[in-house]
Design a protein around this ligand. Sequence first.
Ligand code: 5GP
Ligand code: ZN
Length: 115
Amino acid sequence: MDNCIFCKIIKKEIPSNIVYEDNQILAFRDINPVAPVHILVIPKKHIESVIELSKDDEILIGKIYTVINKIAKQENINEKGFRVIVNCGEDGGQEVKHLHFHLLGGKKLGVKICE
Ligand code: 5GP
Ligand code: ZN
């Protein structure tokens, strides 16, 4: 996906602060963090959003949560807790059209998840 910013981050054409990488998944710090820990976990495969997922992606999505588990421990937010958010489409406020999981923590997060 030539003009996808996250595909460029995966290809290291755009620098990012990587916290985890394997052959299928990349995790890096959000450029505009809204919490002390704000990490984006993404599949290396370009999938636009939750709506574009297929049955073939089920194992991959499961692995993303295993990676989130690992990073939460790495970042020391596993005990106090954290939030995982996936925005989808226009109403969901998705800006980057490459599926990503926001991992947020490091402070007591507000109770509102929508407004
Ligand atoms: P969305 O609103 O699509 O769910 O979230 C996109 C996220 O990507 C935002 O939190 C935004 O700060 C982050 N982001 C956008 N461009 C870049 C970038 O070039 N590098 C990094 N590290 N994060 C980015
Ligand atoms: Zn992409």
